[in-house]
Write a protein that binds this ligand. Structure first.
Ligand code: ASP
Length: 343
């Protein structure tokens, strides 16, 4: 497999500076690109834009779990995402964000295959592996199940009824709440009267819910969503995504992940999965935009770069993509990612 040089990209100026010939730069921002050319099986994963590069070993393990999974491209993508959903520090499945009321966990997930099959769940509750519920939706006449209907569907299909709550997610909630109450939350929430829009069944949280011992991050970033793209042995592609949503949301907020063409996309030319500020990703229909570049003949590397240029760097964005001839990772913040190409 020929590795192409890692590039550091200045998005606003549009200049490309070649650095060391290594597929993994030391840090992933702002904005960095990695990847390699080559045919055959490849699984690429991300741990969400904003996740520290030190978490990449989990993403590597997830990519290997996907590559080792029996079956086709979709089986590999789902196995990789399930691996990450089962790790508390990622914002998906077991570690999914606790929402602003301090008790609700609502998750989105989606899958798509190269033959155009797409299925998703939105605002799903009380399930550990939302990506498997999204996959289960493929077997229905529908493409997207949301809210209580999605949750009931999951339980009816045999998924255990449990709130996936890790200590990490609760500690993370208290830190985000501290920032919100101090008016330092970012993400559009500083100038937003969230108390006037409060739509949870319970009253808004007060300062008492904040953990005084918790270290407060400088600002809230959407992060740690998990995703995978796959090129299988038969040359077909698939993508899968799972998220607990962004850091601060009203009840029922749904991001890009389950919206067709936005969070992920797959077709005969490759597969793409995004992470980042969902509202902005939706506005760009980002996964479809990157895919269309590959369908028009761009490499995955060229396509993710094009996506980053269009998006800019005000809001966070991470992209993973695989084409017929290469795979690529790009992000405008730090991002943990992994890749596996079994021989
Ligand atoms: N895109 C996800 C969302 O908006 C969050 C993320 O990827 O970090 O729900």
């Amino acid at each position: 497999m020929q590795r192409w040089p890692a590039l550091m990209v200045t998005i606003l100026g549009g200049s490309l500076l070649a650095t060391a010939p290594d597929a993994r730069p030391a840090a992933m921002g702002p904005t960095t690109l990695a990847g390699a050319t080559g045919a055959g099986v490849v699984v690429v994963t991300h741990g969400g834009v904003g996740s520290p590069p030190e978490w990449s070993s989990d993403c590597e393990d997830a990519a290997r779990a996907g590559a080792a999974a029996p079956g086709g491209a979709l089986d590999a993508a789902c196995a990789a995402v399930v691996h990450l959903e089962n790790i508390c520090r990622f914002n998906a499945g077991t570690g999914a964000h606790v929402r602003l009321d301090g008790r609700t966990v609502q998750m989105d997930a989606a899958v798509m295959t190269a033959d155009g099959e797409f299925a998703a769940v939105a605002a799903l509750e009380r399930v550990r592996n939302p990506v498997l519920v999204a996959r289960e939706v493929l077997a229905t006449p529908h493409r997207l199940l949301a809210g209580e209907g999605a949750t009931r569907f999951a339980h009816r299909r045999g998924f255990a009824d449990e709130v996936p709550l890790c200590d990490e997610a609760l500690a993370n909630y208290r830190r985000r709440l501290a920032l919100l109450l101090e008016g330092r939350a970012g993400g559009g929430y500083d100038a937003f009267d969230w108390r006037a829009a409060w739509n949870y069944p319970t009253p808004p949280p007060e300062a008492a819910a904040v953990d005084p011992a918790g270290s407060v991050p400088p600002r809230v970033e959407p992060s740690d969503t998990v995703g995978a793209v796959v090129r299988a042995a038969d040359g077909t592609f698939a993508a899968a995504l799972s998220t607990g949503g962004t850091g601060l949301t009203l009840y029922g907020r749904v991001g890009d992940v389950p919206i067709y063409g936005c969070g992920l996309y797959a077709g005969p030319a490759g597969a793409v999965a995004c992470t980042g500020h969902g509202e902005e990703i939706i506005r760009h229909a980002m996964a479809r935009l990157v895919y269309e570049r590959m369908a028009a003949g761009d490499s995955a590397r060229e396509a993710v770069l094009a996506g980053c240029r269009v998006f800019g760097d005000e809001w966070s964005l991470g992209l993973i993509a695989v084409s017929r001839s290469d795979w690529a990772v790009a992000a405008n913040r730090d991002m943990a990612w992994g890749q596996a190409s079994p021989r």
